[in-house]
Design a protein around this ligand. Structure first.
Ligand code: AMP
Length: 205
């Protein structure tokens, strides 16, 4: 799945995962989990993530390759947050060539507004938005009762930098996958259900 920060990649990836019964693999979630557990990967990744930069390719490539090799991925997977540059895309072609690449696009002003309202569960990583998709009780996850927080990298300064990184590093992948005839572009604006319907329609054509 391609799409800038806050385009709704994670939310739509969960829907796709439930619909097609394939695992949702969020590289950002895997990395945050490593940071929380202070693993070697986590220690190396933390400062890059805090600054809204990409974590070095070797680390994320190795982590993604290991994850896709697990049994639950035998019948497919939805990968969210990888690849994020051309080097990663070329590596992915070797160990997990995608059948379809979904590109969620949306206006930059909407992305900033969404990031400001985004809250994430510290335990199960479910994502909410205080205006468009709030939890029933403020700061408490509906799914597991965990605490909801704003990610440090969703603060406005960092998100602006993440958007620049996206433009420079990840946007070129659109061309890469158009050339390979794999890209389906879907407008990510509006409600979650409406976007998901567009995603399903795009998969049919
Ligand atoms: P996300 O949750 O997908 O927005 O990712 C959060 C952060 O994790 C990013 O801003 C990067 O610092 C890091 N990250 C996630 N996926 C990758 C990747 N494929 N390559 C490098 N860094 C990544």
């Amino acid at each position: 799945m391609l799409g800038p920060p806050s385009s709704g990649k994670g939310t739509q990836a969960v829907r796709i995962s439930n619909h097609y019964k394939i695992p949702h693999i969020s590289i950002g979630d895997l990395l945050r989990d490593h940071v929380d557990r202070c693993t070697e990967y986590g220690k190396k990744a933390k400062s890059f993530m805090d600054n809204g930069q990409l974590v070095p390719d070797d680390l994320v490539v190795e982590m993604t390759k290991k994850r896709l090799a697990k049994n639950d991925c035998k019948k497919g997977w939805i990968l969210d947050g990888f690849p994020r540059n051309l080097t990663q895309a070329k590596k992915l072609d070797k160990f997990g060539k995608p059948d379809v690449v979904l590109n969620l696009f949306i206006e930059p002003t909407e992305l900033i507004a969404r990031s400001a309202g985004r809250r994430i569960c510290t335990k199960c990583h479910t994502v909410y938005n205080i205006s468009s998709n709030p939890s029933k009780n403020e700061d408490v996850c509906d799914q597991c009762g965990g605490e909801l927080i704003q990610r440090d990298d969703d603060k406005e300064e960092v998100i602006r930098h993440r958007l620049e990184v996206y433009e420079q590093e990840t946007q070129p992948l659109v061309k890469h996958y158009v050339k390979r005839n794999l890209l389906k572009s879907v407008y990510g604006g509006g409600g979650i259900d409406a976007v998901f319907q567009r995603v399903l329609d795009a998969f049919k054509h």
